[in-house]
Design a protein around this ligand. Structure first.
Ligand code: GTQ
Length: 344
């Protein structure tokens, strides 16, 4: 037996070793040894992750003690998903960054622009504004404010209390594509865009050709989004959904961030679905639970949690129903012909 093994295996093994040494030296990899050729995204995406407001809120106050706006470009706590490691601190989920930003009365986050798309969903406070390419966008709870790629933006605050908002950006995708550009202010050379009031009549848009790859509306006020969602017919599972769109194209508000508002009826689990796109959820109203593959998240108002791609998802709202804002990379996946969606 041993003699036989001595005759065949070592030779075969030596051959294999020679081969593996040779391919390593040649900087090539034998693919047939790496893939089984079946299934979805491999390895499976990270588990869903949850950042509760009760944990983050005290840290925002401490962030104010830690740094003044003279020293910080932006006072942001970036939500770093542990599945991606602490060094990858811009990844809340695969392609999406999220964070919380705080500005105190009288403070200002100076103007800059970057190649990343960004948006803000206001959590609390009054009297702050984001100035986007010279347009002043007031920030009130639930408002969506867009700061599209390469638009100048600064945050100012003339109010009386702290202002906190949710930030979402496409940082990981732009970093992976190595297309990050950043320029500090002063802001200059704004494109000429119609005032937001030019879009406030439903179904009417200016005929003047707008060449921006983003919505010319930079502010989507909460009172309008809330009333619109309330009027949307419910699906069979009790959920209602709105998409925030660029009124001139019907497409996503930003080239690489596609936003939705989801209304949930109390106690009714939504139909399970999965998609190749990723989402970061911000709970605008209510509480509930979400079953996301093997993870169940119990969320409350102002909590943030992720829906990683290709994970089966079902949400159930608590007593008074719930409203969830979702920032996604869905339209990126669609335009790349990589969007797959399934419902049970
Ligand atoms: O407010 O411009 O969360 O540049 C990360 C990068 C916010 C901002 C972030 C940014 C900003």
């Amino acid at each position: 037996m041993e003699g036989e093994a001595m005759k065949e295996s070592p030779k075969a093994r030596a051959g294999a070793n020679d081969f593996h040494t040779a391919i390593e030296e040649a900087h090539v990899v034998a693919l047939w040894e790496m893939f089984d050729g079946e299934g979805g995204p491999q390895p499976h995406p990270e588990p869903a992750f949850h950042w509760p407001w009760r944990v983050l809120e005290p840290l925002m106050d401490r962030a104010v003690d830690e740094t003044g706006m003279a020293d910080a470009e932006r006072r942001v706590l970036s939500l770093a998903n542990p599945a991606h490691g602490r060094d990858d601190y811009f990844r809340a989920t695969s392609n999406l960054n999220a964070g919380l930003q705080i500005l105190m009365p009288g403070e200002r986050a100076r103007p800059h622009r970057h190649s990343m798309d960004a948006l803000r969903l206001v959590i609390e406070g009054e009297g702050a504004a984001t100035v986007v390419d010279g347009k002043r966008c007031e920030m009130e709870r639930g408002d969506l404010i867009l700061t599209p790629a390469w638009t100048w933006h600064e945050h100012v605050h003339d109010g009386e209390t702290r202002v906190i908002w949710f930030d979402a950006l496409d940082v990981p995708l732009v970093q992976d594509l190595d297309a990050t550009f950043f320029e500090p202010g002063p802001a200059k050379d704004f494109p000429i865009l119609p005032e937001d009031t030019a879009f406030t009549a439903p179904g009417l848009v200016p005929t003047e050709a707008l060449k921006t790859p983003y919505s010319p509306l930079f502010r989507y006020p909460w009172i309008q989004s809330r009333d619109a969602l309330a009027a949307v017919p419910s699906r069979e599972d009790g959920s209602r959904q709105l998409r925030y769109v660029n009124p001139t194209t019907g497409g996503p508000v930003l080239s690489r961030l596609d936003c939705y508002l989801l209304g949930l009826e109390s106690g009714k689990p939504t139909q399970r679905y999965r998609t190749t796109s990723n989402a970061v959820c911000f709970v605008v109203e209510g509480s509930g639970t979400s079953a996301i593959e093997e993870v169940t998240i119990e969320w409350e108002t102002n909590d943030i949690f992720t829906l990683p791609h290709w994970s089966w998802v079902s949400h159930t709202a608590g007593e008074n129903g719930a409203t969830i804002f979702q920032s996604t990379d869905r339209d990126v996946m669609r335009r790349l012909e990589l969007l797959r969606e399934e419902q049970e």
